[in-house]
Structures are given as C-alpha cells and as structure tokens.
Design a protein around this ligand. Structure first.
Ligand code: TRP
Length: 345
C-alpha cells in the first residue's frame, strides 16, 4: 500500500473516476454510474472528478461550461456522494493532470491511439478537422487516473478500451524508466449498473441529446414531471411476464421493469414475481410512485444546491486542494524519474 492510502482505515484501494460536465444529467447517468460511486465511497478512498479539460475536446460555450460543471458537481452531492468522505473537484483546478498528460503523450504511441474506437466515432468522416485534443483524450484520461496512482476505476463498458490504454501507458512508463512506480489500474465494470433506455424507444439509450424530453427523466425533474413521463412511457399491450425470459423481445417492458428493479434495489425476477400477469395499468402507477419517491428528493437537493453556487464552488475548491495534495508529490516523483531538474529546496 502507498502511504497515502494507509491513512484511511479499512480501505481496499484508491478509486478514481471522471464524469463529463454536460448539462441535463438523467436517470441513465444516475443508475448507470453515479449510484455506484455513492456505494464505492464507503469501501475505497474515492476521488471523483468533473472533467472540464476533457469537455473542451469539443466546442463549449465558456459560461455554459462553468454552469454545467456546477450542475454535475451538485448532482453528485445530491445523489449522496459526501464531499468529506470522497474528494469531489473539477479537473482543470489540478494542474498535475495536464502535466502528466504531456509526459504520457511522450510514452504512448500513435498506433495505440489509432485503435481507439471512441475517437473514430466522435471524429466521424472529417478526421482532418478533428481536434488534436479529441485524439489524445485517452492520454489525459490515463493521466487523471495515474496522477493519483489509483488502483480501481469504475467505468462503463464504453470506457474499457481507454482503461486498457491506461494500463499500457503505466506499464510502458515503468518499463522505460525501469521503475515499479505506477499501478496497473483495474476496471470496475459496474456490475449493478443498469442500462437505462429511452422511455420513447426501448432500443435506444436514454440520452441527453434526444430531441424529446419525454424520452428521459432528468435529475432536476420535479414530482409531476417524473410521474407524467412514466405515465407517457411507451409500452406494449401485453401483461407483464412472470419471468425475465419473457421480456426478451419486449424492449420497452424490459426497460421499465429494469428501472423498477434498480430503484427498488431489487431484481428483475423479484419484480416480475410481484407484477407478472398484471398489465401496465397496474405497473406504471407503481413505477411512477417509486420513481417520484426515490428521485424527487435528489432533484430537490440539486435545485437547492444550485441556488447557492458559492457553496458548490467552495466544495470544489476544498476538493481541488485535497486532490492536489495527493497528486503533487506523485508528479514531483515522476519529474524526478523522467530526469527533469527540479525546484531547489
Ligand atoms: N472518459 C470518461 C467518460 O466519458 C470520463 C473520464 C475522464 C474518466 N477521465 C476519467 C473516467 C478517468 C474514469 C477515469 O465517461
């Protein structure tokens, strides 16, 4: 164990994860990632970062970026992440991320980046016009994680390839400099995560960019909006099956039952044991009640927090100082390993 992780009792390792400062966080973000972060903060030393440096790999309006950064921080706290137990901050405040990213861009190879499927998707056809930062995005992500020598990284399936690259970079650095300095961080593919689909189309992921607001439950929606969106959700005419296998060709039914199970901290089988044989006329009101009960307090807390931006900014400020206190000595050591002449005394 590193000295800094030993300071925490019963800690199994150090977690780092990042979330993009995009507005309009929704139920899919909550059940897919944030809720797991809340659980992990009890068993790991946890560092949660709003990745504003990553955000500018695509065009951003500066005021909107500031506001989205606050919004995402507020949602993490409203969801139950404790800014005392965990560290919550925005990436640009800790200069070590950018510093290490440069060093790593001198470790990683073009061929490694060329394999990244997310870049290919995001750059689209006009690759010549893609920003260099979009291309080197995974290098910054490796720097995020390794600036803290984090051992575990909770990520969704779509970030697995980036984490593989992080491990390659760590290993390659260790080899090149003949040190055993960086750990090879383990992905924590979120086992209990729920893939939440659009309420209007069970075959599309719930998304902030869907033109229809009825396709998603935003974390800031109030009780009425939540209930109404569930009532309007697309379904099929059949009754619910009594076993999970019966949901296979029914994407909308599968989605709603999955949401119910996740919000009730239950399983699909248990939900179907209760609702099997009953129609959506019974199931939807139950799901609406459960959704309102579990989600609306979070929305209220988020709205409260956002009414007082100074308070959020202060939380992020404290988080950044704590993050830097961990990252600075690590990057000092990296500079030494690489052969940079350091500050005197
Ligand atoms: N790329 C991640 C995403 O889009 C966000 C991210 C940035 C991240 N840095 C990270 C996730 C470090 C885990 C660890 O979801």
């Amino acid at each position: 164990m590193t000295p800094s992780s030993m300071q925490h009792g019963n800690v199994r390792g150090r977690i780092f994860s990042g979330v993009q400062p995009t507005g309009n966080l929704h139920l899919g973000n909550y059940l897919g990632a944030i809720r797991n972060w809340v659980q992990l903060q009890d068993s790991f030393e946890s560092i949660y970062c709003v990745v504003d440096l990553h955000a500018i790999t695509v065009a951003q309006d500066p005021d909107q970026l500031r506001q989205s950064t606050r919004e995402v921080a507020a949602s993490l706290i409203a969801a139950g992440i404790s800014p005392e137990r965990a560290i919550v901050f925005n990436q640009s405040r800790v200069a070590q991320h950018s510093q290490l990213a440069w060093i790593f861009s001198c470790v990683a190879r073009l061929g490694w980046l060329n394999r990244m499927t997310q870049f290919k998707e995001k750059a689209g056809k006009n690759r010549e016009n893609a920003r260099v930062g979009l291309y080197s995005y995974p290098i910054l992500m490796a720097a995020d994680i390794l600036a803290y020598r984090a051992t575990h990284v909770p990520v969704g399936e779509d970030q697995k390839q980036h984490l593989e690259l992080t491990r390659d970079i760590a290993q390659s650095f260790n080899q090149a400099y003949e040190v055993d300095f960086f750990p090879l961080p383990e992905p924590q593919i979120l086992g209990s995560a729920t893939r939440v689909m659009s309420l209007r189309d069970g075959s599309a992921k719930m998304s902030k960019s869907d033109a229809s607001d009825n396709s998603r439950i935003n974390l800031t929606d109030d009780r009425d909006q939540i209930a109404q969106k569930i009532r309007k959700a697309k379904t099929d005419p059949d009754a619910l099956p009594s076993e999970a296998a019966g949901l296979e060709d029914r994407p909308e039914a599968k989605n709603l039952v999955g949401i119910y199970a996740a919000l009730a901290d239950s399983t699909v089988d248990a939900v179907l044991a209760e609702f099997g044989g009953r129609g959506f006329g019974d199931f939807k009101p139950a799901l609406a009640d459960l959704s309102v009960e579990t989600l609306s307090p979070m929305g209220e807390k988020m709205r409260d927090l956002l009414e007082n931006p100074d308070h959020i900014d202060n939380i992020l400020d404290v988080g950044a100082a704590r993050a830097e206190a961990i990252a600075a000595p690590i990057i000092d050591e990296v500079n030494e390993i690489v052969g940079f002449l350091g500050r005197r005394s």
